[in-house]
Design a protein around this ligand. Structure first.
Ligand code: NAX
Length: 332
């Protein structure tokens, strides 16, 4: 049998946590033959709720779940973890200034970076889900210098999957027949969902460009983009709660593809530390198309970028630079 993998989920008593931990314990994230030791972190006020989740994990009798650590101590939570999914954070509340929310999250991610740096397994892979996801990941990277920067990522896979979902609905084909959309930039409403390299494989037919099959550039360049950008808000309006099951599922997709690899000819979107690819300045965590092999991601290179895309890719980069400046101003 395989050695168990230690997976940390922070904010485990929250909405996404509640959807995510059973997926991990069922093997959705790392495969149905991979034993798991689940580490769950939340804060003091959530202690009872966190213990309740632990009780349910016991009651679910998951065959792959070897042990559960539930704690409010970050140092305990991070000990020996191989995978860290950072879902805990400070949400924006009505009437709060952007700077105040940023400041709370900067101090959380600074502290958790140190706990991970001291306690995590040396090759620990980190996925930041909590918003502002890209900038929280950047702070984590800055304050955990011994963790390789390639190991620190943020979640834009939900946006990626939403884009695939919209195309599948529009074309009335299964979502598995659509691939290679790209989410560029920030996990915010400035993100750019790009279909210029996406393809569909209609039943009994060969792979074709999405643009030619949809045959409606106006829809692709306007409504499609805003629907994906605003999908989070649409879910809140419908559910009176933010996306949770789809976010948890996307987090599993992100880690699974990173660890086990992307299928040949397919890329996915991940927020990663920019190396200057596609003219995106380094020093920010930006969502790129990536392929993964043997536990390493690499940015898919050589895609042609038209003027329409260029402008949108730069606008979302600009927002990330502004967020970075704001985050740094909170450090003093
Ligand atoms: P909830 O408020 O339900 O849960 C958050 C949990 O984090 C709470 O249990 C809270 O006690 C805990 N927490 C707060 N500070 C903590 C700390 N310092 N250490 C550990 N735990 C802490 O929010 P939920 O709906 O689960 O969303 C979690 C985060 O995901 C939010 O920041 C949200 O904005 C973000 N999202 C990101 C998405 C993405 O695609 N990147 C999509 C979904 C989601 O909106």
């Amino acid at each position: 049998a395989k050695e168990p993998v230690r997976v940390l989920v922070t904010g485990a008593a929250g909405q996404i946590g509640y959807a995510l931990v059973p997926m991990i314990a069922r093997g959705v994230m790392l495969g149905s033959d991979q034993p798991i030791i689940l580490h769950m972190l939340d804060i003091e006020p959530a202690t009872e709720a966190l213990n309740g989740v632990k009780m349910e994990l016991v009651d679910a009798a998951f065959p792959l779940l070897i042990d559960v650590v539930a704690t409010t101590d970050a140092m305990v939570a991070c000990k020996g973890v191989n995978i860290a999914v950072m879902v805990g954070g400070f949400p924006r509340k009505e009437g709060m200034e952007r700077k105040d929310v940023m400041s709370k999250n900067v101090s959380i991610y600074k502290a958790q970076a140190s706990a991970l740096e001291k306690q995590a397994a040396p090759d620990c892979k980190v996925l930041v889900v909590a918003n502002p996801a890209n900038t929280n990941a950047l702070i984590l990277k800055e304050f955990a210098p011994s963790i390789p920067e390639k190991n620190i990522t943020c979640l834009t896979r939900l946006d990626h999957n939403r884009a695939l979902g919209q195309l599948s609905e529009r074309l009335k084909i299964h979502v598995g027949q659509v691939k290679n959309v790209i989410i560029w930039g920030n996990h915010s409403s400035t993100q750019y969902p790009d279909v210029n390299h996406a393809t569909v494989t209609p039943t009994n037919s060969e792979e074709k460009p999405v643009r030619s099959v949809v045959a409606d550039d106006n829809w692709l360049n306007t409504e499609f983009i805003t629907t994906v950008q605003q999908r989070g808000a649409a879910i809140i309006k419908a559910r009176k709660l933010s996306s949770a099951l789809s976010a948890a599922s996307a987090a599993c997709d992100h880690i699974r593809d990173w660890v086990l690899g992307t299928p040949k000819g397919t890329w996915v979107s991940m927020g990663v530390y920019s190396d200057g690819s596609y003219g995106i300045q380094s020093g920010i965590i930006y969502s790129f198309p990536v392929t993964c092999d043997k536990g390493q991601w690499s940015i898919a290179q050589g895609l042609k970028i038209d003027d329409f895309s260029r402008e949108k890719m730069d606008a979302t980069a600009k927002e990330l630079v502004e967020e970075k400046t704001l985050a740094y101003s909170c450090l003093n």
